[in-house]
Ligand binder design. Structure first.
Ligand code: ZN
Length: 71
């Protein structure tokens, strides 16, 4: 998967930045709590194809994001 391409992708719902989850092969929007699947190296940027994150997973990701240094 092209890392540069991944950084260009935004959430189709809120246009926010997505977090690439290498293990799960998902692109996560922590704001909406949606995880977009990557199928055969192709990110599926459709809200109705996205997985809804359970509240605890959402919180864990939000917490993780806060620990990243500000740009
Ligand atoms: Zn979003």
């Amino acid at each position: 998967m092209d890392k540069h391409l991944l950084t260009m992708l935004v959430c189709p719902v809120c246009k926010g930045k997505l977090k690439y989850q290498k293990e799960q092969q998902e692109l996560v929007c922590t704001f909406d709590g949606l995880a977009y699947p990557i199928r055969d190296e192709v990110p599926v940027m459709l809200e109705n194809e996205a997985r809804r994150l359970p509240e605890d997973e959402k919180l864990a990701l939000a917490k993780e994001a806060k620990q990243e240094p500000a740009p």
